[in-house]
Design a binder for this molecule. Structure first.
Ligand SMILES: [Zn+2]
Length: 380
């Protein structure tokens, strides 16, 4: 099998960009232009197809994280777009006590309160949200397990619009750990996960009618856990004790990977017919919902996103430091005829949709606690 580069010309078969200079180019990762085969870091499954003009794993992580750790979620370039739920409304999730199988205390009504935010203009704008979670409402470990470990796999469990999510390629933990050692020590990165995912989303009906095709998104998902983040006026000892994680999702050009056997065999996106397509083996284990969508056309969408999760840093009286903080920013193009909707409408809908994810995550954590309680009941 040949590489992505056609011989001599220096052009790529799969994308309009000249491929030969990629390795030396500092690509901007926070955009929705899909990554091509030669822009991905090496992986054993890609080795026959990539040629030599790809970044090393270390180079790749340095490029991505440089942008990540430079991102300021609080500077003056952000504009507030109101709250979710909107004024007057209130949404709560009834949360059973954490780690208490005896149920000595009752459920807590945990509020869902999200700040909606925007940075930039037009189609280049980042849409974002910020939510703060009191240490008595939710444990940091619960947020971290849900959001920063196997990110896309968990998303497929808690986001009701997703009807299938497949891990197409996973980078080896030992290779990633070797690269982590070479990263900027100031980032204090301890461990990194990296996988390629394929996510199928069902779009809502409009006026009771199914007007829009379902969407498929292909992403490279990278999570970095750091031992600490910088607290203003805090000593080094205090700073050391507060964890944070960053999760980046970057769009992937799946058409450039159609010769990679392991990816094609796992994928449920039939690239030639643009359909959601379950192979015989997958069909045996498929849910009713997946069977219903099998064989249907899907539209390819693109997004990139950055999420940051920070542990609360104080257990003193009610101060902002008593809250775990979760930020997310995204740029997306859902593709298809959603392009016809006015940008202001789409922006409003997207901001509300990403705010609603906070509620889904709290509901998922509630389910996990309930499951732990019922296992406890069986044990006693
Ligand atoms: Zn290319």
């Amino acid at each position: 099998m040949g590489s992505a580069l056609s011989s001599g010309a220096g052009a790529c078969k799969y994308c309009p960009k000249p491929a030969t200079s990629t390795r030396r180019q500092l690509r901007q990762y926070s955009n929705i232009h899909p990554l091509c085969l030669h822009q991905l870091p090496p992986h054993i499954d890609l080795s026959q197809h990539q040629g030599s003009e790809h970044p090393t794993l270390t180079e790749y992580l340095i490029h991505v994280f440089t942008e990540t750790y430079r991102t300021d979620f609080d500077d003056h370039t952000w504009s507030d777009q109101g709250r979710y739920p909107s004024s007057g409304g209130s949404v709560t999730v009834s949360m059973p006590p954490f780690g208490s199988i005896l149920r000595l205390t009752g459920d807590r009504d945990v509020p869902v309160e999200v700040d909606k935010r925007v940075k930039g203009e037009g189609r280049f704008a980042f849409l974002a949200r910020r939510s703060c979670h009191h240490i008595d409402d939710v444990e940091f470990s619960e947020l971290d397990t849900t959001l920063a470990q196997d990110h896309c796999g968990k998303e497929a469990l808690y986001d009701p619009s997703i009807f299938d999510g497949i891990e197409l390629l996973k980078w080896d933990a030992k290779d990633l750990q070797r690269a982590v050692i070479e990263l900027d020590p100031e980032w204090r990165v301890e461990r990194v996960q990296m996988s390629m995912y394929e996510m199928f989303h069902e779009l809502p009906k409009i006026g009771g009618k199914k007007l829009l095709q379902n969407r498929v998104f292909h992403v490279l998902c990278i999570t970095a856990h750091s031992s600490a983040y910088h607290l203003p006026k805090a000593s080094d000892i205090e700073t050391m004790s507060h964890a944070q994680s960053h999760t980046m999702q970057l769009a992937i050009n799946i058409h450039a990977l159609q010769n990679v056997q392991s990816i094609v065999s796992r994928s449920r996106f039939q690239a030639s017919s643009k359909t959601y397509s379950l192979k015989a083996q997958a069909l045996v284990q498929a849910t009713e919902r997946q069977k219903k969508h099998n064989g249907n056309k899907v539209t390819e969408g693109k997004y990139c996103s950055l999420e940051r999760l920070r542990e609360a840093c104080d257990r003193d009286p009610d101060t902002p430091e008593n809250y775990h903080r979760w930020d997310m920013m995204t740029k997306s193009d859902a593709g298809g005829c959603t392009r016809l909707a006015p940008r202001s409408t789409k922006r409003k809908e997207t901001l509300n949709a990403i705010a609603k994810d906070v509620e889904y995550v709290l509901q998922y954590i509630r389910q996990q606690r309930l499951a732990a309680i019922s296992i406890g009941d069986l044990t006693f």
